[in-house]
Design a protein around this ligand. Sequence first.
Ligand code: NAD
Length: 303
Amino acid sequence: MTAIRIDGEHLAAELRAEVEADTRALEAAGVVPGLATLLVGDDYASAAYERRVRRLSEELGCRYVCEHLPGGVEEAEVLAIVGKLNADPRVSGILVLRPLPSHVDEGHVYRRLDPLKDIEAVHPENAGLLALGQPRFVPSTPASVFWMLDRYVADTGRDPKTFYNGLDLVLVGRSNNVGKPALWLGLARNATVISAHKFTAQAGRLKAHTRAADILVVAAGLPRFVTGDMVKPGAIVIDVGINPEKDAETGRVRMVGDVDIDSVEEVAEAVSPVPGGVGPITDVFLLRNAVHAARLQARLHED
Ligand code: NAD
């Protein structure tokens, strides 16, 4: 069996056209969406992400501002900048880029966000709404995973509204920004959801779970970690991992996923590649959330 490779670039282009149309419609109604990013320090991956969303914002006609603070900044200063962005009517959505320096408490920063501008649903109010199945915002990475899955399922002639009912969905990784929110999205689709993590692996139980998965979503940050022998024949495998790897011959850095695609595509029904899988959709989803936030805020002002 050679698995279908799910084309994330193509799906991202489709989503982008939707977001562009939504942005134009809002602009026609006098509302310009605005995205703000907060970058503290000089993390390589975060800075690259910041550049991508800046470019995308400009291309889609969204206002954009980046607050870039030095790594040594006091937590109080970071909180003050969040307060400034909260109060700025031109900013509809705020993304706090991770990692924050260790002396800045992530929880303090997240709790300072205006929940109506918290487009990654990291504020407890939005995280709680998501857990209750009543999301105000769906964080962009898990949203992209399920957007990709739903589209793949529909494109292969099945109904995404019923497809997941009772299927075993295994999530490898339980971070607050990917694994945990994905858990709620899987439950909302009536899947039987299992969250596997570092301790599952340490207990020697990981393979037993991944081999049982009808749908396997991997977000562990470990290059080529999931191999074909860990996958159930006919499973759908979504690779969230983005890991820099230096090419031994050229010395150039390239990105590889958490899934060993060569062995996995021998057993799976479908697999998303890295690069060209979930990543490009995530960027567009962030903008989609900023547009959604602008719409919510405009409605509030109408009331
Ligand atoms: P994280 O470091 O916050 O969490 C990693 C998770 O993996 C933890 O829950 C940990 O328990 C689990 N884990 C670690 N070792 C394990 C093992 N041996 N077996 C099973 N589980 C194990 O990472 P994160 O922020 O969730 O990101 C995970 C990966 O996804 C990274 O490669 C990151 O770059 C990537 N990522 C991609 C996107 C995207 O848009 N495609 C967005 C965010 C993160």
